[in-house]
Design a protein around this ligand. Structure first.
Ligand code: SIN
Length: 287
């Protein structure tokens, strides 16, 4: 029997808080389907007052797809799918402190990320989310039509190379440097969501290098415009964490930004990241 989910929208563009479910339990298929439906509809969903061991977080995440093992950020010993996202009181920079979606630097980007809060600073440390479906909707028909013909090149090099944003700056997490060739992957600039059919912009300030086939200056001008447009406050919602909160976002249509406004305090989260089902499994589910 499925548990009764209550859904309360958090903002106009995206976000909803779900209650009435204990994520540490083995959930009935119908409840998992209702959570997935809420995720694709609201783009980011939130849960409160959960208690999850790493194994329970893995078990919950695995109901939505295979779990990703991050190529650069070390996972927990014995539980490599779980990334510990920690900022110690003495750290200056935080993980995820800029607008991005997760893992677009891979050939097959992650579809979702599930973040669980273990320790929250006394103040600050909220996460912002921005709907890239709303950002797409707000464009003119002319620019929409142009973007639908374009693809962009994504790579880990911008963030994880020895000169990238993460290099040697973080002490509380083990982040490897992506030295040498890390690969460049081309993704459409407008994604059609495979579950809802809704279109969303798919460019990423952290990982998009350039528009495929364009000169760097041409590419920079349009990407800069889109990066600015995509974070307009009307497309956003803001989540204030408490211990035991969980956020589950859809990387196909959402950017997020971890605010770094709690100097001198500790913040400790755990994330699992959901990959798409392989084609064969998708076909079986659809049949
Ligand atoms: C992330 O970018 O996955 C981290 C988000 C957060 O810590 O709020």
């Amino acid at each position: 029997m499925s548990q009764t989910l209550n859904i309360r929208r958090a903002a106009g563009a995206l976000g909803a808080e779900l209650s009435g479910v204990d994520l540490s339990r083995t959930l009935p298929d119908a409840t998992v389907a209702a959570i997935r439906q809420a995720l694709v509809e609201h783009q980011v969903i939130f849960f409160r007052d959960q208690t999850l061991t790493p194994a329970q977080q893995v078990a919950f995440g695995a109901r939505f797809g295979p779990l990703n093992i991050h190529p650069y950020v070390a996972g927990m010993a014995g539980q490599p799918e779980v990334m510990e996202i920690i900022k110690e009181p003495a750290d200056r920079i935080n993980f995820g402190g800029g607008w991005h979606s997760d893992m677009s630097f891979l050939e097959t980007p992650a579809i979702g990320s599930i973040l669980y809060a273990l320790e929250i600073p006394e103040f600050g440390g909220d996460t912002l989310f921005a709907s890239q479906a709303a950002a797409y909707d707000a464009l003119s028909d002319g620019l929409k039509a142009t973007l639908e013909t374009l693809s962009a090149v994504h790579s880990a090099s911008k963030e994880y190379s020895s000169t990238g944003a993460s290099a040697k700056k973080r002490t509380s997490m083990s982040v490897a440097e992506a030295d040498g060739y890390v690969g460049e992957y081309v993704h459409p600039m407008v994604l059609v969501h495979p579950e809802t059919g809704r279109k969303a912009l798919y460019v990423n300030p952290a990982f998009t290098l350039r528009i495929d086939g364009w000169k760097p200056r041409e590419s920079k001008a349009l990407l800069d415009y889109l990066f600015e447009h995509c974070r307009h406050e009307g497309f956003t919602c803001r989540f204030a964490w408490a211990r035991g909160s969980v956020a589950f976002w859809d990387n196909r249509s959402v950017w997020h930004f971890a605010l770094n406004d709690y100097a001198g305090h500790r913040r400790h989260m755990r994330r699992v990241t959901v990959d798409p089902w392989p084609h064969a499994v998708r076909a079986e589910v659809a049949a």
